[in-house]
Ligand binder design. Structure first.
Ligand code: FAD
Ligand code: GLY
Length: 382
């Protein structure tokens, strides 16, 4: 493996995470990143590690993968923090999903029943019980579901740490280096075309987030079905008396839209997020920010007094079925690690461990088998 050259396209959490694991195993890895590493969706995210709160009844394979990744998080954090001597802001306080109006509570009850049926670790709380845990919650909160095991990490710190760990292990990172074309000869990926010319590779990993389907050179039949899904976000600065410790998520049957609040150790409170199908548009809008603030103030009224310190947007890499696309492709030596949609931060450890194992051993594990590209052609009966 030492003499084989691996190229990764994309320096987000997924590319850096895989790169780090491979470099650690002694492989020769180069990442080509179009801009600055870690400034795509990985920088924009909320950092919630929430398999339960994000669970959908029709996405059971994804739930399983998410739980497997969450279980690896303590080991991942320990390994990364030890190696880089920096904190990545992992917090294990848990998540409260709250309902305010009576029909929100009804919707919450429905979700709770499904979560219980799936054997997930959830607890039903009255509004009063929820306020005992988070005193800043609105007096109008009628009910809550506590997900003690849905944690969070500071995704921006994690991205910085991954870059440091990757380069510390000898991984090569070319920033401002756009991959213009994937080069395939006789059914085998042989390298990439960048502005500096052809770069040969024995293995190529496509981890370019929501841009993964945009790179030229792939046959139409294997272009990954990944689209950008815009999320607007903002950050507030918490003050004494208006602080929270758990991640708070609202359920909204009607208006305003559901939001989440993610408290960071440095005093920021992240509020997200819109979910907009607008292609590669990254505009912040008055409507988006208004809805986020409205939803946040309804959940925690004291927020009205807090300073607004940052606003931004990001593009989630959404696949056709919202699950990631992982593993081998019909093209020899071309591996996909993309389409992580709303859960890429959560899924980073399992993706990094499993894709690096696949490359080092050549064997696809049962863990990632359900996430192969070929599931899309099977779905279409091809
Ligand atoms: P990215 O971080 O987007 O990285 C892809 C990289 O590829 C980019 O840096 C890009 O510049 C580069 N690239 C693209 N094209 C080329 C090219 N041709 N050549 C070279 N480089 C290229 N997930 C969670 O788990 N929890 C959350 O709370 C959460 N919240 C989110 C909130 C928002 C608003 C958004 C937008 C996302 C959120 N996510 C969350 C999802 C998560 O951020 C993504 O799934 C994850 O970051 C995807 O990582 P990535 O490395 O695949 O993509
Ligand atoms: N997982 C949170 C988001 O995508 O907004």
């Amino acid at each position: 493996m030492k003499n084989k050259k691996i190229i990764i396209i994309g320096g987000g959490v997924i590319g850096l995470g895989i790169g780090w694991q491979l470099a650690k195993a002694g492989a020769a890895v180069t990442i080509h990143e179009r801009g600055q590493a870690g400034r795509g969706a990985s920088w924009a995210a909320g950092g919630m590690l929430g398999p339960i709160a994000e669970a959908h009844i029709d996405e059971l394979d994804l739930l399983k993968l998410s739980n497997q990744s969450l279980a690896r998080y303590p080991e991942w954090v320990d390994e990364l923090e030890t190696e880089t001597e920096m904190s990545i802001g992992y917090r294990a306080e848990g998540t409260l999903i709250i309902g305010i109006e009576p029909d929100d509570a009804e919707q919450l009850r429905h979700a709770y029943t499904l979560q219980q049926d799936l054997g997930l670790n959830v607890e039903w709380l009255s509004g009063q019980e929820a306020r005992k845990i988070e005193g800043a919650l609105s007096p109008y909160v009628t009910a809550a579901v506590r997900c003690e095991t849905d944690h969070q990490v500071d995704n921006r710190l994690m991205t910085q740490a991954l870059q440091r760990a990757y380069q510390g292990r000898g991984g090569v990172l070319h920033q401002n280096s756009t991959v213009e074309r994937i080069v395939i000869e006789n059914g085998t990926a042989t390298g990439v075309q960048t502005q500096d010319g052809f770069q040969a590779a024995d293995t190529l990993i496509l981890a370019a987030g929501c841009w993964s389907g945009q790179i030229k050179g792939l046959p139409d039949t294997i272009i990954p079905p990944v689209r950008p899904v815009k999320g607007q976000m903002l950050a507030l600065r918490m003050r004494e008396g208006i602080t929270i410790k758990n991640v708070i998520r609202t359920v909204k049957a009607r208006y305003p839209m559901p939001v989440y609040l993610v408290p960071r150790t440095d005093g920021r409170l992240i509020v997200g997020a819109t979910t907009e199908e607008l292609g590669f548009d990254t505009d912040l809008t008055v409507g988006g920010i208004y809805e986020l603030l409205h939803g946040a103030c309804e959940a925690v009224p004291g927020i009205y007094e807090l300073p607004l310190i940052e606003t931004w947007t990001g593009l989630r890499p959404g696949s056709s079925d919202n699950a990631p696309i992982l593993g081998k492709t019909p093209v020899e030596n071309l591996i996909y690690a993309t389409g992580h949609y709303r859960n890429g931060i959560l899924l980073t450890p399992i993706t990094a461990y499993e894709i690096s194992k696949l490359i080092l051993t050549g064997e696809t594990s049962e863990t990632i088998a359900p996430f192969h590209l070929d599931r899309f052609s099977k779905e279409q009966g091809l």
